[in-house]
Ligand binder design. Structure first.
Ligand SMILES: NC(=O)C1=CN([C@@H]2O[C@H](COP(=O)(O)OP(=O)(O)OC[C@H]3O[C@@H](n4cnc5c(N)ncnc54)[C@H](O)[C@@H]3O)[C@@H](O)[C@H]2O)C=CC1
Ligand SMILES: O=C(O)[C@@H]1CCC=N1
Length: 271
């Protein structure tokens, strides 16, 4: 933990709250090192309740209290919010945007070109220290800024530095991905209920199966197809289930999901 690290969120919504809670749970900061602003009183109240952090009515106050300023409003409000705090931002600030699609160029246009900027795409499992994120540094950001961002994101999961041109793909895969996986868990649980399991047991089995399979991929380093083949006995149950997934084009549907979300991130960024 660093006592001098102060993190302020412009926008106290879902992703800001997930990151703030994750940073505290990871021991990177204590609640008194966090602050957030929001135009909605209820969002400020929820942020304070869930993180223990301080809330401010104006974005400016947050900038004045913080060394790291996280822009956590919806993409369409990023320009306005940055323009509003531009003259309060100085060389002492590291500005991190988590907005989908919003480019470093557009951030620099609104925050001032000389500002230390980093574009990050996190995801909500940061809340439980299982996040997956990508980030790219702006021109004025230093190597130390990159290390700090890697440490912040690393405290709540894994983080990869990528060329900015790939951040929309990170958005389509891991940024939006938790929602795809929640839908998959819901579907598997429904299947279990259809086959006669109680709902709570079905949901717990479905979620644990995803967690276990994901850990096997990460911990064995095996190709997923090798692990899949090890589950499927000749003429057995698994190959019958896999055949059903192939009939419904599940892999194609997942590729489409990532591509459509990536294209939408590009649209949000104006390209
Ligand atoms: N929710 C997610 O899973 C992820 C979201 N993101 C990005 O994070 C950003 C925030 O998304 P969410 O947290 O989901 O949205 P959200 O709607 O939960 O939070 C945004 C907050 O910003 C506040 N806000 C709007 N205008 C404001 C202003 N002028 N000043 C201060 N606050 C203002 C809203 O009242 C709201 O509480 C978006 O840009 C999104 O692309 C990135 C990765 C994952
Ligand atoms: O749906 C969205 O636009 C945001 C960005 C990634 C996840 N949620």
């Amino acid at each position: 933990m660093s006592d001098s690290l102060t993190i302020g969120f412009l926008g106290a919504g879902r992703m800001a709250t997930a990151l703030a809670r994750g940073f505290v749970a990871a021991g990177l900061v204590t609640a008194d090192q966090l602050s957030a602003s929001d135009v909605i009183e209820d969002a400020r109240r929820r942020f304070a309740e869930e993180t223990g952090g301080t809330t401010c009515e104006t974005n400016r106050e947050v900038v004045e209290r913080s060394g790291v300023v996280v822009v956590a409003v919806k993409p369409q409000y990023v320009g306005t919010v940055l323009a509003e705090v531009q003259d309060a931002l100085g060389p002492e600030h590291l500005v991190i945007s988590i907005a989908a699609g919003v480019t470093l160029e557009s951030l620099a246009n609104n925050a001032g070109g000389e500002r230390r900027l980093v574009r990050v795409m996190p995801n909500t499992p940061a809340l439980v220290q299982a996040g997956a994120a990508g980030f790219a540094l702006g021109g004025a950001a230093t190597a130390e800024d990159g290390e700090l961002v890697a440490r912040l994101l690393g405290s709540v999961g894994v983080a990869y530095q990528v060329p900015e041109s790939l951040l929309d793909a990170v958005t389509g895969l891991s940024g939006s991905g938790p929602a795809y996986v929640f839908q998959i868990i819901e579907g598997l649980a429904d299947g279990g209920v259809r086959a006669g399991l109680p709902r709570d047991v079905a949901q717990a089995l479905a979620a644990q199966t995803l967690l276990g399979a994901a850990r096997m991929v990460l911990e064995t380093g095996e190709h997923p197809a090798v692990l899949k083949d090890a589950v499927a006995s000749p003429g057995g149950t698994t190959i019958a289930g896999l055949h059903a997934l192939e009939r419904h084009g599940v892999r194609g549907a997942l590729i489409d999901a990532v591509m459509d979300a990536t294209c939408r991130a590009r649209e949000l960024g104006g390209s």
